[in-house]
Design a protein around this ligand. Structure first.
Ligand code: SF4
Ligand code: SF4
Ligand code: FES
Length: 263
């Protein structure tokens, strides 16, 4: 029986790779150069850990799962918002330094770490799930599978906030007090489209949460590691609901009439 092929340093892509990591605190700092010994299959977080262990013990970097599921290791890699644990080094140019810096849309804490707590405060402002009374005496509901499926996509969100980081309304125009951002438009859409939910979040989306600031650039969709169609499936349908509710009097009357009949 033939033996399995062995991996040699040459074909594993082993090499010295230069990294430029942001070092500093509270918005100040600069890139610092490091060299790490890397192989194909390693991700950026592996290299950051290697540098932390061997060259910079005090390097601050947040992570938890190393599996693309906790949303903690968000950073800007070669200028693009990405998860450090899901960005393979063999997919980045080997002949150029790999830059890793903190997200820019949130306050900087230290090195690669930002304070994302603003996002959790935003979430508290959105009306919670408000199911209608059960459809059957045993306390259960009936709903169409199609309606249940529609909100499943939004439930994949890992709250990495990369979409918030890339959105120019937050990143460049700093509209944090009046714009909740793509992550929370997705969250709102999941609730608004839920077949059991009875709350109406559309007035708040229009008046308090800045839905009108979104000009559908789709940058948020491009960076989402869960491949959620944020703009097409969440934001645009929410904008349509704003139009229906505020600028289409006939549609509004039909909606009120249908609600009364369903009551
Ligand atoms: S589509 Fe809207 S929410 Fe998404 S990045 Fe562009 S402006 Fe921001
Ligand atoms: S929608 Fe996508 S990019 Fe935005 S927080 Fe959720 S998983 Fe991250
Ligand atoms: S460490 Fe959990 S998503 Fe990267």
């Amino acid at each position: 029986m033939s033996s399995a092929s062995t991996t040699t340093p040459a074909d594993s892509g082993a090499r010295d790779q230069t990294f430029k990591l942001w070092r500093g605190e509270k918005g100040t700092g600069e890139f610092q150069d490091f060299t790490a010994h890397v192989t194909d299959g390693m991700v950026v977080l592996d290299a950051v850990h290697q540098i932390q262990a061997e060259q910079a013990n005090d390097l601050a970097c947040r992570w938890n799962c190393k599996a693309g599921k906790c949303g903690s290791c968000s950073a800007e890699i070669n200028g693009k918002p990405r998860l450090m644990c899901m960005t393979r080094l063999d997919q980045l140019p080997a002949d150029q330094p790999v830059t890793v810096e903190p997200m820019r849309a949130f306050p900087h804490v230290k090195d690669l770490v930002t304070d994302v707590s603003w996002n959790f405060e935003v979430k508290k402002r959105i009306a919670k799930f408000n199911p209608r009374k059960p459809d059957a005496p045993d306390g259960t509901w009936r709903m169409q599978q199609l309606d249940a499926d529609r909100v499943q996509e939004f439930r994949k969100c890992i709250e990495c906030f990369l979409c918030q980081d890339v959105c120019h309304v937050l990143r460049d125009h700093h509209k944090h007090p009046e714009f909740i951002g793509p992550r929370f438009f997705t969250y709102s859409a999941a609730l608004e489209m839920h077949p059991l939910d009875e709350s109406d979040r559309v007035p708040a989306l229009k008046n308090d949460f800045g839905l009108g600031y979104c000009n559908i650039t789709k940058c948020c969709t491009d960076v989402c590691p869960e491949h959620i169609h944020i703009t097409d499936n969440a934001i645009i349908p929410l904008k349509e609901r704003v139009v229906d509710e505020f600028y289409d009097p006939v549609g509004k009357l039909v909606k009120i009439f249908s609600r009364k009949r369903g009551a």
